[in-house]
Design a protein around this ligand. Structure first.
Ligand code: PHE
Length: 462
């Protein structure tokens, strides 16, 4: 099996595919609203703390588990954890922990895709409507009528077909080539929107300049700090870096055996954070702030699909900027969803012996089925409450990814120990020092995650 496995075709292809994996709706849809509803600047303190103390160590672990597992031809989190852990744990324990994680990670991937793909479909639909002036008459209310109209589900199906075709073609011809086109365009659109946003001035209210919006996100009000914002920050780090689900491992499993893990991890994190904090933070929040003020920027789907269309319909050249914004969301979503899709197809291919093309169609049908609750919720109830959507996203961000990451870091830090460090450093130009591994992987990272979880849930058990 190892011989028939593809590898990444080029360094730049690998970096762009990895950036495509991490940079997603999490950066442009999720980050601005999570930051805005958790205190703005005050959110950024636990956010950066979690980036360094949780994001970096877990990313290093996931790259090395992936590359290590790749040798054995496995594309899933469970077996790879098992392979690494069995050197140190009794095989029976390793099998239990490995399969349990694998199963939860599989379930979480399915759950994420029950709503993620809808947002990709909406982005495509809204890009189209930006150009045709579809939402100009009633930008705030357009979203509700959009999701209640079954015809618009066609954009969701088109999005799913894009994913299926990209993944079907394999690593180099499919995933890598799509990332090479979509990622550079995404960064260019993000930079244009960021510049536009900062040069908006104060079009509606003198107190609401776009620079005041920037201030909101960069100037912390310490009284807003809470365990809720800490857990939201940790969850956002997992979500935005694609950690905790086996998705990074899957891409890392196509690495050459001596590829540099440290450089790759740092490059993925840097490209992602540039897109999240600089582009997501300066393009989205200040634009919305300038037109809608401090209250208008809160709210999840509300911000991306109601508040921003409102902005674009009043702004000069709004049709073009609107199309740019929604295409940016579409590209970001597609390149991340491809990563999740490939993980499921690899699982079918390598664990169940199902050929790639057939596997891609099975996942396509599976996605249609798991996407039904959201597709039907608004059509049947003729409302836009999206109760299921919000609930699932909260569970994933606040608990599921964080708990998976915690198990992973404990297995690697305490059961595999120095063998894991050796694996991380094999072949690389940059090495992770022993003190770093001891301090972070064994202590700071698990302790921080446990502390956040305990304090966040303390009301349930005190
Ligand atoms: N990281 C991607 C984003 O920011 C989404 C994602 C989450 C992908 C979890 C895989 C796993 O949107």
């Amino acid at each position: 099996m190892t011989e028939s496995r593809e590898n990444w075709g080029s360094k730049i292809g690998l970096i762009l595919a990895m950036a495509g994996n991490a940079v997603g709706l999490g950066n442009f849809w999720r980050f601005p609203y999570v930051a805005a509803s958790n205190g703005g600047g005050a959110f950024m303190i636990p956010y950066f703390f979690a980036l360094i103390v949780i994001g970096l160590p877990v990313m290093l672990v996931e790259w090395s588990i992936g590359r290590y597992g790749g040798k054995h031809g496995h594309g899933t989190l469970g077996p790879m954890m098992y392979l690494q852990a069995k050197q140190a744990m009794k095989p029976k324990k390793a099998i239990i922990v490995g399969s349990l994680c694998g199963m939860i990670a599989f379930g979480v991937t399915i759950l994420v895709n029950s709503y993620y793909n809808h947002i990709i479909g909406w982005s495509l639909g809204f890009a189209f409507n930006s150009l045709t002036g579809g939402y100009k008459g009633d930008p705030g209310g357009f979203f509700a009528s959009y999701i209640q109209d079954p015809k618009n589900l066609v954009f969701w199906v088109i999005a799913l077909l894009c994913l299926a075709f990209a993944v079907m073609k394999g690593i180099q011809k499919g995933i890598e080539s799509w990332a090479k086109v979509m990622m550079p365009v995404l960064y260019v659109f993000g930079i244009i929107l960021g510049i536009r946003s900062l040069t908006l001035g104060a079009p509606v209210n003198p107190d609401w300049s776009s620079l005041a919006g920037l201030n909101y996100i960069w100037n912390p009000d310490f009284s807003q700090l809470s365990w809720q914002s800490a857990i939201a920050a940790a969850g956002q780090i997992f979500f935005t870096l694609s950690l905790g689900m086996g998705i990074i491992q899957n891409y890392a499993s196509y690495l050459q055996p001596d590829e540099d893990i440290v450089t790759a991890s740092v490059a993925t994190i840097s490209l992602n954070e540039f897109a999240e904090v600089i582009l997501g933070g300066t393009a989205v929040i200040p634009i919305a702030y300038a037109f809608l003020g401090p209250e208008g920027i809160k709210g999840s789907i509300g911000l991306a699909f109601m508040a921003l269309p409102n902005v674009f319909s009043t702004m000069t050249g709004g049709g073009i900027f609107g199309a740019m914004w929604f295409l940016l969301l579409f590209f970001a979503g597609v390149t991340s969803a491809i990563a999740m899709y490939n993980y499921l197809v690899a699982l079918l291919e390598e664990d169940a012996g199902i050929e790639r093309k057939k596997g891609a169609w099975i996942v396509f049908v599976g996605y249609l089925i798991v996407g039904l609750p959201i597709a039907l919720e608004s059509i049947l109830t003729q409302s836009a409450n999206l109760v299921y959507f919000t609930e699932v996203d909260n569970w994933i961000g606040n608990y599921l990814l964080i708990v998976l990451g915690l198990i992973e870091i404990i297995v690697i830090g305490w059961c595999v120990k120095d063998k894991a460090l050796e694996e991380m450093n094999r072949g690389g130009l940059w090495k992770v020092p022993k003190w770093f591994f001891r301090l972070f992987h064994q202590f700071l990272t698990p302790i921080t995650i446990i502390t956040f979880l305990v304090f966040f849930t303390r009301d349930y058990w005190i």
